[in-house]
Design a protein around this ligand. Structure first.
Ligand code: FES
Ligand code: FES
Length: 155
């Protein structure tokens, strides 16, 4: 079947099967910035925003999102026009292999929107659903702290 999806503020008519997840549909249509880690809702690599709420796209039936707005990490900022969080992650060395980074950035974006002045504990809790095998989390947490500071300065 074919359905319209609103992805990164563009309406796209995409082909899908009734049992496919949002992650399947995104990756089958070249939204490769959304990563598939565990495919079981445990790692956060596939995190996207659905009507501005973070969800693991591997746990969402694609058919169920047709009236909702999907945002991947590229909907937050791009290589040529990065969001402060993306810039800060790069500057802080918060991404090594980069596999977890799209999900980490989405989780951080969502956390800072809800809580512009998070404590260390708030950040740890906010990123709780996102696994990273490379960084030991220290630089990621520093990047979120720095992002909060820069976003608050800008506002
Ligand atoms: S791939 Fe979806 S949570 Fe791991
Ligand atoms: S940077 Fe490699 S998994 Fe996080």
């Amino acid at each position: 079947m074919r359905l319209n999806f609103n992805i990164n503020s563009e309406i796209k008519e995409l082909e899908l099967k009734s049992n496919e997840t949002l992650l399947d549909v995104l990756r089958n249509n070249s939204y490769n910035e959304v990563k598939c880690g565990c495919n079981e809702g445990e790692c956060g690599a596939c995190l996207v925003l659905l009507d501005d709420k973070p969800v693991n796209s591997c746990q969402v039936l694609a058919m169920s999102v047709r009236d909702k707005e999907v945002k991947t990490v590229k909907g937050i900022g791009t290589l040529f026009s990065p969001h402060i969080i993306q810039k800060t992650f790069a500057q802080a060395g918060a991404d090594q292999c980069g596999f977890c980074s799209p999900g980490m950035v989405i989780a951080s974006y969502s956390l800072l929107k809800e809580n512009p002045n998070p404590s260390y504990e708030d950040i740890v809790e906010g990123l709780d659903g996102n696994l990273c095998r490379c960084t030991g989390y220290v630089k990621i947490i520093e990047a979120v702290e720095k992002s909060a500071e820069l976003i608050n300065k800008k506002n």
